[in-house]
Design a protein. Structure first.
Length: 94
């Protein structure tokens, strides 16, 4: 297995993380790497490749010492967004 995990906005976290079957989320990639390492199927440096697009985080992406040796790389126009959208707001003169 190559030491690259792919993520795409059209991916699925149940897929393999290959270029043809990318994962959908940063959390999915983190968890896949953890699982592969625990099973002894992945060692050393890993690159997580994010295809262009917007990746919205519903919760904080928590990484620990066991998540070391991982490089996260995004193509141009890749956005990782952890903010909360504010809707139905109005401007008020003070």
């Amino acid at each position: 297995m190559t030491n690259t995990i792919n993520i795409s906005t059209t991916g699925r976290d149940a897929w393999s993380g290959s270029e043809e079957q990318p994962l959908a989320s940063l959390q999915g990639a983190r968890d896949r790497i953890r699982d592969l390492r625990a099973a002894g199927k992945l060692t050393g440096q890993v690159t997580v490749h994010l295809a262009a697009g917007r990746y919205e985080l519903a919760e904080t992406l928590r990484l620990g010492h066991h998540d070391s040796q991982v490089t996260w790389r995004g193509e141009p126009d890749t956005i990782v967004d952890g903010g909360t959208a504010i809707t139905d707001w109005q401007t008020t003169m003070v």
